[in-house]
Design a protein around this ligand. Structure first.
Ligand code: HEC
Ligand code: HEC
Length: 290
């Protein structure tokens, strides 16, 4: 009898010790499990990104190098950079502030992917909105995009937003030689609009070799300079009639973020190059981007 009680007590204490020990280890185990799960989710997201998103947002989400999915030819990047401090850095990123998003950063990115952006080239992806991807795939993509937040990326200083003047005449004097370089290289206009000196060399956007004349005809009351300035800052304000493969589509396939990438001087240089003059005549206030 005595022995049974003693054995019973020892067994009970051992059980308690083992249970106590397991419960101590549990949070660590859960964390390891969550990490492994998140890791897998990010890996899936990377693959989904390469197959569905890189055509517009570029390799590594930098919106620098984009390729046509069917031909493999390089094209201009239509989407915004996502591997980008403005979008992913901080509890409230600069983009969330700008678009007045009240929820969390994860919700912001997840809902943008799921529902797309109306009035822009960003498609709807979530099946609940008629897109091709399931909610867990949208989550994988979200975690993949959030994963770009790194100390290195977020250490870059945030550029001050440029205050764009309402009329083109308020820009500084343009330098057409620098403008040529910006057109061909810095901002990749040539990748879509072709060479200004060669009609028909355009691939996605209209040929701009005659924009000094054509631009003055596009919008009632606008000079060519007004029109070109507005077209670069706010591509959706007006849609050009003719693109290489038929009428230009709406929303515009032209990137909407030159307002964030250019300085006033870059803008003046590009316009001077396209119009062949650095005296910009203006007869209207343009629609500035949001
Ligand atoms: C056909 C081109 C295209 C494709 C394909 C595309 N996007 Fe976009 N995406 C855009 C454009 C254009 C914008 C900018 C919309 C705007 O002006 O607000 C955008 C915006 C976004 C934004 C918000 C960025 C910001 O700074 O506000 C996220 C996030 C995003 N896309 C994720 C994705 C993901 C993930 C995929 C793949 C599942 C994808 N996109 C596929 C064109 C595309
Ligand atoms: C990803 C391809 C792409 C890139 C890069 C691009 N554009 Fe465009 N652009 C287009 C498309 C497509 C249109 C026609 C739709 C529209 O009007 O927005 C267009 C329209 C224009 C127009 C109006 C043309 C007309 O005939 O009415 C001008 C001007 C223009 N772009 C200038 C530029 C400049 C300058 C750059 C570089 C800073 C640039 N674009 C970069 C695709 C692009």
């Amino acid at each position: 009898m005595q022995v049974k009680i003693i054995i019973g007590t020892i067994a009970f204490m051992l059980t308690m010790i083992v249970i106590g020990f397991i419960s101590l280890l549990e949070p660590a185990r859960m964390e390891a499990f969550t990490e492994a799960y998140t890791g897998r989710s990010i890996e899936n997201g990377a693959e989904l990104f390469a197959n569905n998103c890189a055509t517009c947002h570029g390799i590594e989400g930098r919106a620098e190098e984009c390729f046509d999915p069917s031909s493999g030819e390089p094209t201009g990047c239509i989407g915004l950079p996502l591997n980008n401090a403005q979008l992913v850095c901080g509890t409230r990123s600069a983009r969330m502030e700008q678009l007045e998003w009240a929820g969390t950063k994860q919700d912001f990115i997840q809902s943008t992917i799921a529902s797309g952006r109306v009035g822009t080239a960003m498609p709807t992806w979530g099946e609940e909105f008629g897109g091709p991807l399931q909610p867990n795939q949208v989550l994988d993509l979200t975690l993949f995009v959030l994963n770009w937040e790194s100390e290195e990326l977020c250490a870059e200083p945030t550029p001050e937003p440029v205050g764009w003047p309402a009329t083109v005449a308020e820009l500084p004097e343009g330098n057409p030689d620098n403008g040529q370089d910006h057109y061909a290289v810095t901002f990749g206009c040539q990748g879509c609009h072709g060479q200004v000196v060669e009609e028909g060399s355009n691939t996605i956007g209209p040929w701009l070799g005659n924009i000094a004349e054509e631009g003055a005809e596009r919008v009632e009351g606008y000079t060519a300079a007004d029109y070109v300035y507005e077209s670069i800052l706010n591509p959706n304000a007006h849609i050009a009639p003719d693109c290489p493969n038929g009428p230009c589509t709406e929303p515009s396939a032209m990137p909407g973020n030159f307002a964030q990438q250019m300085t006033l001087q870059d803008m003046a240089d590009v316009i001077a190059y396209l119009l062949g003059t650095n005296e910009f005549e203006s007869s209207a206030e343009i629609q500035l981007p949001e």
